[in-house]
Design a protein around this ligand. Structure first.
Ligand code: BES
Ligand code: ZN
Ligand code: ZN
Length: 464
């Protein structure tokens, strides 16, 4: 747990010492000598301190050119290496904007101490942190906690395997969440209603599944009247076996609903923060697996917007579900839409685990989102949709489109989605296949879901 409190005499715990400064007034002179000899980035543990209220003081030695980013790195190291209860003396971090420091410490604590132990017989003991300061930072603390909790929601959903979180269980989760949030409403369409809407692409993916298709719509009203909602579409493939184009390796494919988990996280944060914006979240939920009803290659599906699609691979299923979700959300009045999806292995090959690929039909919108990501130290990289790629997606001898194009596969997937974006709709597609789930993290993160996208999109919504 992490909480915030006013500085008083009983707090003397973790302090930050900036090399070359005299910022440590709380330490007595003898101790200052130790600290002053310490090297930058050292984490010192001082024990048996004469006259101190606590037995131990941890001192994190910061470089005089400290930035929020380097502070965060050190703090991550501290969280990972120390178990127990700690008080953090925020005021000892001079030089940096304290509001940013508080926000970062809260988010880092929640991020790095996260532990998906729902299915472990022995649970790890939680460390407790208290941020203390002479100044009242409660409001920035609360905001960061809301973001951190939303990120946890997303990570828990993504990390939960499909035998505990299938299509129906996702619907139950969302029903429960919406019942706890103000100004939100929920509508879930069943497979018959999806049929009436002629969602042939989405239903094609669902054909081989035990659970029937569900189209989830959540609205959040942050303005007087519910007009011009911003649309958020999340890929909700609860598990991706590849279908009859079966995957040779389907490890981690429980993460194929990360897009939907992320839009749910964004909605939770937006509602808890009372953002002055209207939102519409749409998730076409299904898994992609095989039975005697499942689609096969060469099948032709007709999407909700009337376009026909030749199936070149049943493993390119995400774009089929998103196609109808995008048509649907626009039919409900969204003219500015962001979709998030673990869409292609190709984006992972191109950009790896720490850069999200973004595609758009609107320079201003995508640049703004990239800036909003930068502010959170996240890298979003725009990739192209060119006319060659559009041509390739349209090059089917039997239908309007085909769902599988080999070269430039991440761009081809985006070009496919673009076929479902109507004139006048501003749109960004985020391919989070690499960034939403880490199998071998490089920077002390736990294995599994990251919650990428939430802080960045919340920043974007705040600019509205
Ligand atoms: N769910 C996968 C993409 C994916 C890959 C997500 C790695 C997370 C990590 C997607 O449905 C898929 O299988 N895409 C195919 C498309 C191809 C058949 C055109 C791919 O990327 O290989
Ligand atoms: Zn697939
Ligand atoms: Zn998939």
């Amino acid at each position: 747990m992490i909480i915030i409190d006013k500085l008083n005499k009983s707090y003397e715990d973790i302090m930050f010492y900036i090399k070359g400064s005299d910022s440590i007034t709380i330490l007595n002179e003898g101790l200052q000598k130790y600290v002053k000899d310490a090297k930058t980035n050292d984490i010192l543990t001082l024990t048996d301190i004469v006259g101190a209220k606590v037995k131990k003081i941890n001192v994190i030695c910061l470089d005089k050119n400290i930035t929020i980013k380097s502070l965060s790195k050190l703090f991550a190291k501290f969280i990972k290496s120390n178990k127990g209860n700690f008080n953090i003396l925020v005021d000892t971090i001079s030089k940096l904007d304290k509001e940013l420091v508080v926000k970062q410490l809260v988010l880092d604590y929640l991020y790095y101490s996260y532990n998906f132990d729902r299915f472990k017989s022995t649970k790890k003991e939680e460390s407790n942190y208290i941020l203390v300061s002479k100044t009242d930072y409660t409001s920035v603390f609360n905001e960061a906690s809301i973001l951190g909790d939303a990120i946890d929601t997303t990570r828990n959903l993504v990390n939960t395997p499909v035998n505990y979180l299938n299509t129906y269980e996702l619907c139950d989760f969302v029903t429960d969440l919406v019942s706890k949030l103000d100004n939100t409403t929920l509508e879930i369409l069943d497979e018959k209603q999806c049929e009436e809407l002629k969602m042939g692409a989405f239903l094609g993916v669902n054909a081989g599944s035990l659970q029937k298709a569900r189209l989830i719509t959540i609205k959040y009203q942050g303005l007087e009247t519910y007009d011009n909602p911003i649309g958020l579409v999340g890929k909700g493939v609860m598990f991706d076996t590849g279908g009859y184009s079966i995957k040779l390796n389907m490890n981690t494919m429980k993460c194929d609903m990360a897009g939907s988990a992320t839009v749910i996280g964004v909605l939770q944060a937006a509602a808890m923060l009372n953002l002055k914006v209207n939102l519409m979240v749409v998730i076409a939920a299904t898994d992609n697996r095989i039975n005697e009803h499942a689609i096969v290659v060469d099948d032709i599906l007709t999407a909700m917007n009337g376009k026909t699609i030749e199936i070149g691979s049943t493993d390119a299923e995400g774009r089929l579900t998103l196609a109808d979700a995008l048509t649907y959300i626009q039919s409900k009045g969204c003219r500015e839409v962001i979709d998030m999806a673990t869409l292609t292995g190709a984006v992972v090959a191109a950009l790896g685990d720490y850069i999200t690929g973004v595609f758009s039909n609107d320079k201003k919108m995508v640049n703004k989102l990239i800036e909003c990501a930068k502010a959170e130290d996240e890298i979003y990289w725009e990739l192209p949709i060119t006319d060659h790629i559009r041509d390739a997606v349209r090059k089917s001898s039997v239908a309007d489109l085909k769902n599988r194009v080999a070269p430039a596969a991440a761009s081809a997937a985006a070009a496919f989605l673009e076929e479902f974006i109507e004139d006048g709709t501003k749109w960004v597609h985020m391919d989070i296949a690499g960034t939403s789930y880490l199998t071998s993290p490089s920077y002390l993160e736990p294995v599994g879901a990251t919650g990428v996208g939430i802080k960045e999109v919340i920043n974007y919504l705040k600019t509205k």
